[in-house]
Design a binder for this molecule. Structure first.
Ligand code: C2E
Ligand code: MG
Ligand code: MG
Ligand code: MG
Length: 274
């Protein structure tokens, strides 16, 4: 009865009585403190050239050690962070932390140093100043722009306004590269790719997991890869778990691969690199 009454009283009051929303709210507060107390960390997963095995870059993946619930994967809290707007300060922290790490790899490995790839939520394009934020991070860390990749989703690129599109184009002028993440899970409208401000296409792991299941599926994925390459995009096959998936990905023209077979996400690899 309390819930029904609260619902009748409006969305705000409904939320106040909904236990799952209440716990989400608690999470929100904990998340706000997390950037300060060290409970947010980044793992890094290698992205390798499939022909040579050479590691071209690392994707930064956010981890949160929740005070009571332990280690949470991003799928469990990114939604809350986006909804509350906390993804903006968290995203700033991810960018700065990843760039600082990558700057150290650059110092250790010289010209051959791997790039760092950072996930950017659609919400991060909403406030003005995303371009300035990225520019500021590059300036303070000294990371060369071409060692930074920003991973965006189709939903960022297909927003009604051109905000993300314009920001990404400005960043490309600086030398930062842009990747479309999880390609194939969204609208799959291939036509916008031709004009989108992109350098890299990351094929969703659903495609990769289906590569070996049928010739039809393989031909479909091969067609997408051909299109991407005709647009001068580098292609990264995501979620490679078996040698067969790696080999087929390479055969159909994916230049790069990422997945448990190539390497699991680990704490800053630079700390092992000597
Ligand atoms: P994503 O950007 O597509 O990242 C790849 C995800 O696939 C990661 O999950 C990674 O651990 C997982 N993965 C890698 N190789 C394999 C494989 O061979 N098999 C399988 N089954 N999975 C594999 P994770 O770390 O749980 O991250 C999930 C998603 O959370 C990411 O998907 C990304 O969309 C989001 N995310 C992670 N970090 C951040 C961040 O800093 N900011 C934002 N906005 N989103 C983030
Ligand atoms: Mg990603
Ligand atoms: Mg992905
Ligand atoms: Mg994903």
């Amino acid at each position: 009865h309390a819930l029904v009454a609260a619902k009748a009283g409006g969305l705000g009051r409904w939320r106040a009585y909904d236990p799952s929303m209440a716990s989400a709210l608690t999470d929100r507060i904990a998340l706000g403190g997390a950037t300060k107390d060290g409970s947010l960390t980044l793992d890094y997963q290698p992205i390798a050239a499939l022909s040579t095995g050479h590691i071209a870059g690392f994707e930064a993946l956010l981890r949160w050690r929740h005070p009571t619930r332990g280690r949470l994967s991003p799928d469990e809290f990114i939604g809350i962070a986006e909804e509350s707007g906390l993804i903006v300060p968290i995203g700033d922290w991810v960018l700065a932390t990843a760039a600082r790490s990558a700057r150290r790899w650059t110092a250790a490995a010289g010209a051959d140093a791997p790039y760092v790839s950072v996930n950017v939520s659609p919400r991060q394009f909403q406030p003005a100043g995303f371009v300035d934020t990225v520019h500021g991070v590059l300036a303070t860390t000294g990371l060369p722009p071409h060692r930074l990749v920003l991973e965006v989703t189709e939903s960022s690129l297909l927003r009604d306004d051109d905000k993300a599109w314009d920001d990404l184009q400005s960043l490309r002028v600086l030398g930062v590269r842009i990747a479309i993440d999880d390609f194939g899970t969204g609208y799959s409208a291939l036509s916008y790719l031709r004009h989108a401000p992109l350098d890299i296409l990351k094929l969703d792991r659903l495609f990769i997991s289906q590569l070996a299941t049928s010739a039809r599926q393989r031909d479909l994925v091969a067609g997408i890869v051909r299109l991407a390459r005709s647009l001068d995009l580098d292609v990264v096959a995501e979620g490679i778990e078996t040698p067969q998936q790696r080999d087929i990905s390479a055969e159909i023209g994916c230049g790069y691969g990422q997945g448990y077979l190539i390497g699991r996400p680990v704490l800053d690899p630079g700390t092992h690199a000597g």
